[in-house]
Design a protein around this ligand. Structure first.
Ligand code: FES
Ligand SMILES: [Fe+2]
Length: 362
């Protein structure tokens, strides 16, 4: 069992703070603690409404080892359940040819969209069995701007607290008007927090992404923090032909929503990233791309450009993140310090981590 040194949970201002210790990134036992204290305790992004547009559409996710199914029912409402049959734990799917019944893929028990158990084949001599006691376990949901968030914690803070202020900041961009286009998934050999830390600062841009650096007005790169999110924003220095965002007047918002969600927002475009731990030293980064007008974006080359550009930046980030994981595992590194000017987002993220862990300990 991993034991946390209480000194490592001390909160200090960024000017005095140390980074979190290396064994939080490298010890398998720490991930077990994170599943309980972080992933089960906070809101998680499940999908955008445009990924399940029709009644009967469904999508599956995993949160802290728990399989979740998200379904759209006939009324248009979206619901989420643990994707675990109450018979012997099998997975469910929307029964072929229906829009209203979930069926277990193992022995065929069926459930209605409110989670109640309906069909139990060949179960007639079973005693003391009441179907009412065997409904699917629901998962708490919040729909915001077309994005569906879920939480395994019934006592969680209100979702509004998480995104408070974002809409005013991105106005007039509306995320609920975007439509899903495509996804990519990267498996990376680093702890999930290495990838998150890296996303949260522009400090590495001149070294790791020299090409991107040339497009940004790095002097005016800013980071703002809210209670549960941070925002990075940089005006573009160039409107030249090689700037992939030239048409957008330089407005781009890079939001991080604690603990593992990224919303990259441009006028007419949204890219969401979810960073899922895959063991203690690997993670999965799921990129979903959305456009206000996918057909137009397809025709004018915006989508091809976005995919190509994002893949290039991602490759540069993957290489540095995997190298950092090796450094964190080495015999000589434990903790570092923050650039006050450039690493506010990383400090904010690590402060929230400590707060969650402290709540768990007390
Ligand atoms: S496990 Fe679902 S019907 Fe048996
Ligand atoms: Fe980067």
């Amino acid at each position: 069992m991993f034991s946390i040194n209480p000194d490592d949970l001390t909160q200090k201002p960024i000017e005095q703070a140390e980074t979190i210790p290396s064994d939080w990134y490298t010890d398998p036992g720490f991930l077990t603690i994170e599943e309980k204290t972080i992933f089960k305790k906070n809101w998680q992004l499940a999908c955008h409404q445009s990924q399940i547009p029709n009644p009967g559409d469904s999508i599956c996710r995993t949160v802290a080892g728990n399989p979740i199914i998200i379904v759209r029912e006939n009324s248009g409402e979206i619901r989420a359940f643990y994707n675990v049959c109450r018979h012997r734990g099998g997975p469910l799917h929307v029964k072929c040819g229906t829009t209203t019944v979930l069926q277990c893929k193992y022995h065929g028990w069926t459930y209605l969209m409110d989670g109640s158990l309906r069909g139990v084949p060949q179960f007639d001599r079973v005693e003391l069995f009441d179907k009412k006691d065997f409904g699917l376990k629901p998962v708490k949901t919040a729909l915001w701007q077309g994005l569906l968030f879920i939480s395994l914690n019934d006592e969680i803070h209100p979702f509004e607290d998480v995104v408070n202020g974002i809409l005013d900041r991105i106005h007039p961009i509306r995320l609920d008007e975007m439509s899903y286009h495509t996804s990519t998934v990267d498996r990376i050999n680093c702890n999930w927090k290495v990838y998150v830390d890296n996303y949260l600062e522009g400090y590495h841009i001149p070294i790791v992404h020299p090409e991107l650096s040339g497009l940004l007005d790095y002097k005016n790169y800013i980071t703002e923090t809210g209670e549960y999110f941070s925002l990075q924003y940089s005006p573009f220095s160039s409107s030249s032909a090689d700037n992939p965002y030239k048409a957008e007047n330089g407005r781009a918002f890079y939001y991080f929503i604690y603990p593992n969600i990224m919303l990259n927002i441009l006028p007419g475009r949204l890219q969401t990233n979810i960073i899922e731990p895959d063991g203690h030293d690997k993670c999965r980064v799921i990129f979903d791309f959305f456009y206000a007008d996918p057909e137009k974006a397809e025709d004018d080359g915006t989508i091809a450009g976005d995919l190509e550009y994002s893949a290039k930046i991602q490759q540069e980030d993957i290489e540095i993140c995997e190298a950092v994981q090796t450094g964190l595992k080495s015999d000589v590194y434990d903790k570092g310090r923050f650039s006050v000017k450039r690493e506010l987002g990383v400090w904010h993220f690590q402060s929230l981590l400590k707060k969650n862990l402290l709540d768990f300990q007390s």
